[in-house]
Design a protein around this ligand. Structure first.
Ligand SMILES: NC(=O)c1ccc[n+]([C@@H]2O[C@H](COP(=O)([O-])OP(=O)(O)OC[C@H]3O[C@@H](n4cnc5c(N)ncnc54)[C@H](O)[C@@H]3O)[C@@H](O)[C@H]2O)c1
Length: 342
């Protein structure tokens, strides 16, 4: 079997992890790294001799280097337009979260992928965490009966160690907000488990980041699930000193559970009718970026899924429609918050 070839665009915190996962997999070859920053290009050359390094997506697309898959690990605001260019060049695309910053640009990506018959894989690696898989199995087996209430809480710290002057983080156009950049994994898990939301009431404010972000750092959101039941999301990056918690409480007709910890990976409470809690495998540690920590280090599952799909062994674990749905939900929440403010 020939190996799948990959190019990684954006050799920053997460692009480096994509490169490690691709080059470490027996069934894939890393053939190109693309980054506009010269220091990152040098780092890529020093780390991966034999891998072609480019200073722009256009330079790569007009070169004779071909990649079956392009992994897009650049700032959020570039995801959709770069995906469309890579698809147009007849590569499959792996899109870091979020898939885009608006529903419209996600639709354009999907339209292009259908036009050229190429796949779009969205990165939502928290779905692979043992506690997430366990909650999904509970929902699929309807163990909790009717879902009455779901409460998602995301309380992390992002401060001057994260928002550096001149960077893309904190900007409206390239970052888009903390529901996109910090918490879209958790919105995705909620959507994956309980489906779409409606009748949103939301507010937001900026407690700590008025000088560093063009958007608010904290919000409260309430809604109904289309499938029934109430939900809420409380979120903030204005937590003192370090990440505090990402948790979900599920109140069902026949049971209650809480999964918490800094990264929503520890089952804190489970009481379900005629049910014994199984022993779950330990979660993978969070990605550690030095100055701050992020979501689960599960990217090897994402790359393996891409290879398995391309070799006909599996289906896409998070497809473009689901990626778009999460973007669209966040967009609707933001719109409600803006209406509230003005
Ligand atoms: N799945 C996860 O857990 C996870 C974790 C971190 C980041 N991310 C996502 O990955 C993306 C990158 O985040 P990061 O923290 O690695 O950011 P980063 O700033 O560390 O890296 C971004 C890189 O992209 C490069 N770049 C910028 N514009 C470019 C362009 N037009 N063409 C080519 N290269 C360009 C920059 O030079 C930089 O090296 C974001 O979309 C973020 O939301 C996902």
């Amino acid at each position: 079997m020939s190996k799948s070839t990959f190019a990684v665009i954006g050799f920053g915190h997460i692009g480096k992890k994509h490169a490690i996962m691709v080059s470490g997999n027996d069934d894939s070859d890393l053939v190109a790294i693309i980054d506009t920053d010269e220091a990152k290009q040098k780092k890529a050359r020093d780390t991966y001799s034999g891998v072609q390094v480019f200073g722009s997506l256009e330079d790569f697309l007009t070169s004779d280097v071909e990649a079956d898959v392009v992994n897009i690990c650049t700032p959020n605001g570039y995801h959709a337009s770069q995906a469309i260019k890579a698809l147009d060049n007849r590569s499959h695309v792996v899109l870091e979260k979020p898939m885009g910053l608006t529903r419209q640009e996600c639709e354009e990506v999907i339209f292009k992928s259908l036009q050229v018959s190429k796949h779009v894989f969205c990165v939502k690696q928290n779905r692979y965490s043992p506690s997430s898989k366990w909650m999904k199995s509970l929902m699929e087996e309807n163990k909790l009966g009717r879902i009455n209430m779901v409460q998602l809480s995301c309380y992390w710290n992002r401060d001057s160690r994260y928002y550096k002057a001149g960077g893309w983080k904190g900007t409206r156009n390239l970052d888009g907000g903390i529901l996109f950049t910090q918490f879209s994994h958790f919105i995705d898990i909620m959507y994956w488990l309980f489906g779409d939301i409606q009748n949103i009431v939301a507010m937001s404010t900026n407690f700590n980041h008025k000088g560093s972000t063009e958007f608010d750092d904290s919000g409260l959101v309430q809604f109904e699930f289309v499938n029934g039941g109430f939900g809420s999301v409380n979120y903030s990056t204005a937590i003192y000193g370090q990440n505090f918690e990402s948790s979900i409480v599920v109140v069902g007709e026949k049971g209650t559970l809480k999964v918490s910890g800094q990264y929503m990976d520890k089952v804190e409470y489970c009481h379900i009718e005629d049910y014994e809690m199984p022993q779950l495998p330990p979660p993978n540690p969070p990605n550690d970026y030095g100055d701050y920590k992020g979501s689960a280090a599960n990217h090897h599952y994402v790359i393996q899924n891409v290879i398995d799909v391309l070799t006909g062994k599996s289906q896409i674990s998070t497809n473009a429609l689901e990626g778009m749905k999460v973007v669209e939900m966040i967009e609707r929440i933001h719109n409600k918050q803006r209406q509230m403010l003005h």
